[in-house]
Design a binder for this molecule. Structure first.
Ligand SMILES: [Zn+2]
Ligand SMILES: [Zn+2]
Length: 616
């Protein structure tokens, strides 16, 4: 899309010309998305200039998940000549966190003329949410992140915040939702399981009484329109397409209750639980609500609701499998069947299956409460799964956590194909750095760098271990509630490198360690040694030629190469993409190498290691 100049006339397009071109080419009618607040009761925080944004804002209405949850406004008149074309409303928007410490996350619902359109969330980076025929692109033009421990001070209204993203919203709705010749009424409503100061703000870029298609004339909306109208595009790297998901989450459905009061609250906020024996899981929200949040709000490409074994007696595992299978939709949203083998004695391991009717083998044979004896060792788990002839792999998690330490002496790389390096529990890479989380109570000798130093071989994955009903976006601290205890540092994501988004491709990528871990950002990494990709084991004589290529959604701060658990090479960066070449000649019998990428906003990614054996 070549705007704003007409190449023939060598002058700026008139707005009427632009609208006509867009409508002819894409069959959508562009409409200025903000005219005035609707003449109804609003519960929004009304703010006046000066207001921080990427553009001059005169007035704004902010809704939050605490006590200002609702705002309603009118758009410019929808033209009468739109035929059957869709309508795209354009308006400036901002989202952010209201305080400096992590709070529970939630969502925002947008409706047009009373019809639900999309559900979205706060974001640092540009994203697109789709629901039915509706879609919202929030094209982030400026993002401020507090990275030094102090909150942001950006205007009289935003003080002490952790993150604010300002940008252009483009909301696409079908013809049937609007009335040509009239304004549309748009509502935004905050939703959550746990109240927080997370907010979304609708901005007005013109003074009251003065306007001339202000939003369309002043905002750069073309890139957002491109994103909105093209299908979702995966991140591309030289080694292939990358999809991002969360394979570690818990709902509240189950049988054994750890907390009666909590269960009562959960049932009150539940939108109809389809499982028998509802309540009593130690996560939050129903099974379906978790899938819907993962798919529609967190925008995950793949997801596993990995419930604890001891909370799924009777037919509850079979019912979970049925629901997981139902949500799988290749090319859009893929689910893996899996559960958490929750052994208090040997450590926690998630089990993942390729099949759609897998068995479940619990850590405690009588499926009693957590921390009950007897406990079945992982060797028995693997034996059982081998006999079942299912294709599976296992993933140890939070190995360093003092209350659930992982026994590395029982690690088996044949089955334990990857290890979770990051989740809401914090980073398990080492016990230093800013990503420690609420699980700061850690055993240093159980961290992943120590395991690599020992010569153990595994790939990396990352997840949320969400207990708050917001997989892929779990946040908060234990100052709020138990459900947010596991997400002080946010939600990690597993990146898989594969051609297609199918259950088989995602499963095989993780099992073959063609995967890596991030703290949530969609960072594209390709990493190879002597031409072999991440996760590989290779033999080498002489030099190891190390190549990496990184594509990030924000500026990269530093890239580190870690050999056998110890930093070997470090490069400071400037832009959002980086190419690295490095050769290493010092060889022991077997060396592991992985890449760590840290962005300016502290989002981090870890490639799976490559293992190099010395060829004699
Ligand atoms: Zn666990
Ligand atoms: Zn878990």
């Amino acid at each position: 899309m070549n705007i704003p100049f007409d190449p023939n006339e060598r002058r700026r397009y008139r707005m009427s010309e632009l609208k006509e071109i867009i409508q002819r080419k894409f069959h959508v009618a562009l409409v200025d998305g903000f005219l005035a607040p609707a003449d109804v009761d609003v519960r929004a925080d009304h703010q006046r200039h000066p207001i921080a944004s990427f553009i001059n804002v005169y007035e704004a209405w902010k809704v939050d998940q605490w006590n200002k949850p609702f705002f309603s406004w009118l758009t410019e008149t929808v033209p009468t000549d739109i035929g059957q074309d869709d309508v795209v409303f354009v308006f400036p928007m901002a989202t952010g966190y209201g305080v400096g410490y992590p709070e529970p996350s939630g969502w925002f619902d947008l409706s047009v003329n009373g019809n639900p359109a999309v559900r979205f969330r706060e974001t640092k980076y540009t994203d697109v949410w789709r629901m039915g025929e509706c879609a919202l692109c929030f094209d982030v033009m400026r993002c401020d992140c507090a990275t030094d421990g102090h909150g942001l001070e950006v205007d009289p209204w935003i003080s002490g915040a952790r993150m604010v993203g300002y940008g252009v919203a483009l909301l696409k709705v079908p013809r049937g939702m609007v009335h040509p010749g009239r304004s549309a009424k748009i509502d935004i409503e905050a939703g959550h399981y746990f109240a927080s100061h997370t907010w979304a703000r609708i901005d007005r870029v013109f003074e009251e009484g003065r306007r001339n298609e202000a939003n369309l004339a002043r905002l750069v909306w073309a890139p957002g329109l491109d994103r909105l109208l093209s299908g979702s595009k995966p991140v591309e790297t030289p080694q292939g397409r990358v999809f991002f998901g969360d394979i570690h989450a818990h709902s509240f459905c189950g049988l054994q209750s750890p907390c009666g009061e909590w269960r009562r609250q959960a049932e009150e906020t539940c939108y109809g639980c389809e499982l028998e024996g509802k309540g009593d899981g130690c996560g939050w929200a129903t099974v379906s609500s978790n899938y819907l949040y993962a798919r529609d709000v967190a925008n995950l490409d793949f997801f596993t609701l990995s419930e604890h074994d001891f909370q799924m007696p009777g037919n509850l595992w079979a019912r979970r499998v049925e629901i997981a299978n139902r949500y799988t939709e290749p090319d859009r949203f893929v689910t893996l069947n899996g559960y958490e083998y929750t052994s208090w004695l040997y450590g926690h391991r998630n089990v993942y299956f390729l099949g759609d009717d897998p068995p479940m083998f619990p850590a405690s044979p009588n499926q009693g409460r957590y921390a009950a004896d007897p406990q079945t060792p992982p060797e028995k788990l693997w034996e059982f799964l081998e006999e079942s002839r299912e294709d599976f792999f296992t993933v140890p998690h939070h190995p360093t956590a003092a209350d659930h330490p992982f026994c590395w002496d029982r690690f088996n790389g044949i089955y334990d194909r990857t290890v979770e390096i990051f989740s809401g529990w914090g980073s398990s890479e080492s016990v230093e750095g800013p990503l420690i989380g609420d699980g700061a109570n850690k055993y240093a000798h159980l961290c992943l760098r120590a395991a690599l130093k020992r010569g153990l071989r595994f790939g990396f994955v990352s997840g949320s271990d969400s207990h708050d009903g917001c997989p892929g976006n779990a946040q908060g601290t234990s100052i709020y509630n138990w459900a947010n205890k596991f997400s002080k540092v946010g939600s990690g994501r597993t990146a898989v490198i594969c051609d297609q988004l199918t259950r088989r491709d995602v499963f095989s990528a993780i099992k073959s360690r063609s995967c890596y871990a991030t703290t949530g950002a969609r960072i594209g990494i390709s990493f190879s040694i002597n031409g072999r990709p991440m996760g590989a084991t290779l033999e080498a004589k002489g030099l190891r030629e190390i190549q990496a290529s990184i594509r990030a959604p924000a500026r990269i701060r530093v890239v580190e190469l870690i050999k056998n658990g110890v930093p070997l090479f470090r490069e400071s960066c400037e832009g959002s993409s980086e190419e690295i070449s490095y050769s290493d000649e010092r060889a022991s019998d077997c060396d592991s190498y992985y890449l760590k990428v840290v962005l300016q906003d502290m989002e981090t990614a870890w490639s799976s290691p490559i293992f190099v054996e010395r060829k004699t």
